[in-house]
Design a protein around this ligand. Sequence first.
Ligand SMILES: [Zn+2]
Length: 204
Amino acid sequence: MTLTCPHCQQESEHEALSHINIDRNPELRSKVQDLSCFRVKCPNCGETVLAVYPCLYHDMVGQFMVWLWPEEEQSAPHADFDPLAGYTLRIVDSLNAFREKINILDLGLDDRAVEMMKLLLFMRLKHDLDVVEVLFHELDNRTGDFRFVAVLSDGVEQYAAMPGSIYQQLRTDIEERLFTSGKDFARIDLQWAGEALEMLREAE
Ligand SMILES: [Zn+2]
């Protein structure tokens, strides 16, 4: 991978981590969450740069794959999996979405329900706040609450929680009324959540 340093414009060669098998390299789990495995150091000026390139994350035990496929890359990859394999296949286009998706699937959660929760929270918060993005943060095992981070336009981050009962309800609705193909990498994001919530409302 050739990288042009945004600080000194010098080009340098780096080894790209294009495939992460977390069962073989469990030490990468935390490096994905803090994004350190995507940080490269410019040999010329010593600045650290976040490199975004296609990377496939594979969890064999958890049976999921997340493909980071940056927007500027050509044609997104396709797969033709046997749906009986039981795998969850997702594609995302940013580093934040990549680590968030892995975090959600790592916890064994249904990311479709979580994306819908994010959208509901986003719509609720934007009445009073200039929210740019809502990201899943963690599941509180004690209370069952889902915790999210809302990023505001001035960069300030604010935590917000939603009760697990909302997750359970959405998950039931999804199971009963929505179908997501397991054959190919699906893009389950806020846009998907908007369309899915609309479909659920129409079906009521
Ligand atoms: Zn540099």
